[in-house]
Design a protein around this ligand. Sequence first.
Ligand SMILES: [Zn+2]
Length: 420
Amino acid sequence: MRLGLWLAPTCIDPNSSFFKVHPENLARDQQGEVVPSRFGRKMACLVSPNYAEMFVAKCKRLIDLGCTYFKWDALDGWYCYSDQHEHGNSEHDPEARGHRYGYEFVRTVSAMAEQLIAYCPELVIVYDVTESGRNVGLDFLSQGRFFWMNNGASGYHDFSNYRAKSMRTIYQQYHSIIPSILQTSAQYPHLLTIQPKNRKAYGSQEYKIYSALVGGSGFWGNLKKMSLDERLLANEILLRYKQVSASVVATKPKLTGSIGSSPEIWEFIDDHNAQGQVISFSGAVMRHTYHTAPINRDHFLGIIGHAYQLLEDNRLEFNFEFTEPDSVRSAFILSNNTSGIWIKSASCWIKKLFFKSQTALVVQNGAPGKIILCYPKLKKTPTVYFESRYLNYTIEDTANQRVLHFDIHKADCSIEIEIE
Ligand SMILES: [Zn+2]
């Protein structure tokens, strides 16, 4: 966990000593009056003498105290017309001073972020652009991220799948020009939804968590209000995702269908490293067979989360089955790190798949089914360890592959395959 702080860089409390000591930093309207800001505060002018420097110094002290995540909010596009600041003087008319402020505002926010990232490279700064009229520019994305939309803190009490779905629109619209990692949003990761004013809100926890994994990567909620089971499920999904997240954030997604369609399939695959994820939603109860783009078979290990097969043309085939409306299916594609071992198909979903050591692979199934594992024939006959009596396997040699056929009659069998 990181310590993160929410800050409103231009909001000044009128009861604060800063307000009394530094009137030269307050934004002024065309009549020279102090400009009101959000939350009952007054607005500071970012382009007034020393203000940005003071704000950066304050943030550095917070970093020194352990804060490595800032959310900057309320950066509204309201103008300052003062002739005493660094966006024009009495030689310029008020309108020109206002426009110059708008122009310098974005550059100043980006410059502040740049100084802080230089001071603390792991610092994350998120710029809240949720409200209308926010003063933003692409410049800021060279340092930080946009925060687009909130679910958990929604003022309209909609914590349902419908809201989760609508939030994916952001990534559908912008993923082709802005990498999804630079665009954050917050889904509500709870299973049970709060019910204000006796209004019922429906939603599935998995649907909302997977919506965050196609874009946004954020949650907003209350851990204390999540049951142990809810937290464990969220953790399990996120741990699967983290195995492939480096590839997901570096890949431009391929979207099949549109938001809310049946199906709506998001494919993020680094084809060279054979790593990524396929997340599929459907509004309707249906079945759908999906083929991915070809992957590099030499680097492919297997898939957790969904049954599949690797076809001759190096595409992955999934038979998605949506058993209720607004459901989601997921597949996380793992790289074999050039070990030469790969799982050609699994008729059941695999729950765990990892190398315990350089030569030992662990496979755990999530349901009964058949798993076919291949590796180069040059290697020795494998030693297979398994505890369950609900499993049998055979070994078949082809021209240059050794193929292990596992037939597993029970979920949660853990198999360890040692290949030297
Ligand atoms: Zn000003």
